[in-house]
Unconditional design. Structure first.
Ligand SMILES: *[C@@H]1O[C@H](CO)[C@@H](O)[C@H](O)[C@H]1NC(C)=O
Ligand SMILES: *[C@@H]1O[C@H](CO)[C@@H](O)[C@H](O)[C@H]1NC(C)=O
Length: 349
């Protein structure tokens, strides 16, 4: 199936003014597994299945300097061995109740059509908003080795954070931004966005809830500049965001008209019983090599596809980066229940 185009994105790319700073790049899918080294470090399996991209140091526990330890990455930025992950979307068959994982497709069109990414998600590190930098007025500090953070909460029963949103894609556009999972079939798939907070306490690599070392000052959706950071969290870090496209198209015809939304996150029964999708959340584990992210944030040379001193790799190289299956669980095909919500179904060897 050919992914649908999104002309609105092409339009803004063409209109973008020249003084730009920020990173935007594709990362192919690394793995789908029940592991969560930021939210549930040390647990194998973790509570629910994740869609994970980035470096091959990914594991149930990740300490120390990941950028030094990893040997490859599924991201286009060759020095970025970070891991980025979200829950996984599943389809619950409205008649027989079986579950099937929803495939992921690259976010299109990045310039050059995501350059051959396989599945995956698009990562942004912005300094101000989508179009400008603020280097002169507000320095941006890159994350230190070992840093991780979580945004959103699988148990949420209302919107908890600006920047966690859905769009019901048609063949021609992304559709309007909503707080809730779409309640009707989306002919172009479901587009999800996860924006992280941009204010850091300046000390903690993590916190007990994996969130309180960070502070969010952004109150609206989309790529807007973060208002000033509070004294408790004085250090301005890059604004990290992910975009993912869930290819719901093969399931849409199995959604009877008027029936409730059959697309559920992999954590469904843990919280959010209403099927609204308020429990959408994302995880970030920093792993840029050396000072590469700081260099990118210190200059205006780096905007999206044009990026001076940062090393990029062809996506066919990125696509060869893998990690082993560390859980041994079946997450594919039709399943009688979501992984983690019954006895583990072992993957057939
Ligand atoms: C993951 O961590 C375990 C426990 O430390 C280790 O034995 C294993 O080799 C690691 N796997 C990878 C792929 O690094
Ligand atoms: C449910 O329906 C799907 C799609 O027709 C089918 O492939 C799957 O085997 C069914 N599950 C059960 C338990 O019958």
């Amino acid at each position: 199936m050919k992914p649908p185009p999104t002309p609105s994105l092409l339009l803004w790319a063409a209109l973008a003014p020249p003084a730009l700073a920020g990173l935007r790049f594709p990362c192919s899918t690394l793995t789908f597994q029940r592991l969560d080294p930021a939210g549930q470090p040390g647990s194998n399996p973790s509570a629910h299945v994740h869609h994970i991209v980035g470096g091959d140091a990914f594991n149930a526990t990740m300490e120390g300097d990941v950028g030094e330890r990893a040997t490859c990455t599924t991201c286009q930025m060759a020095e970025d061995f970070s891991n980025y992950w979200t829950a996984t979307l599943y389809f619950r068959h409205p008649v027989n109740g079986s579950y099937h994982r929803v495939p992921v497709m690259p976010v299109l069109p990045l310039l050059h059509g995501s350059d051959g990414a396989q599945g995956g998600l698009t990562v942004y590190y912005t300094q101000f908003d989508l179009m400008r930098d603020n280097l002169a007025r507000q320095p941006i500090k890159a994350f230190p080795p070992g840093f991780r953070m979580v945004v959103g909460n699988p148990a949420a029963d209302k919107k908890v954070h600006a920047g966690l949103s859905y769009q019901c894609m048609t063949e021609r556009s992304r559709g309007r931004i909503t707080n809730e999972m779409p309640d009707k079939p989306c002919p172009g798939g479901i587009f999800t966005t996860h924006h992280f907070p941009a204010c850091w306490d300046g000390k903690s690599l993590d916190s007990p809830d994996h969130q309180s070392h960070m502070y969010n000052t952004v109150v609206s959706e989309g790529f807007t500049n973060a208002p000033p950071c509070p004294p408790s969290h004085p250090v301005r870090v890059p604004q990290v965001a992910f975009e993912t496209v869930w290819d719901t198209r093969e399931f849409n015809k199995m959604w009877p008209e008027g029936a409730p939304n059959p697309f559920v996150w992999s954590f469904e029964v843990e919280g959010d019983q209403g099927g609204h999708g308020y429990g959408t959340h994302a995880d970030y584990l920093f792993g840029w090599k050396g000072d590469s992210l700081q260099r990118a944030m210190d200059r205006s040379e780096c905007f999206y596809d044009g990026c001076g001193t940062l090393a990029k790799q062809p996506m066919e190289v990125a696509n060869r980066c893998t990690v082993p299956d560390m859980v041994g669980e079946e997450t594919e095909g039709w399943l009688p229940y979501l992984p983690g919500q019954g006895p583990m179904i072992k993957k057939k060897k």
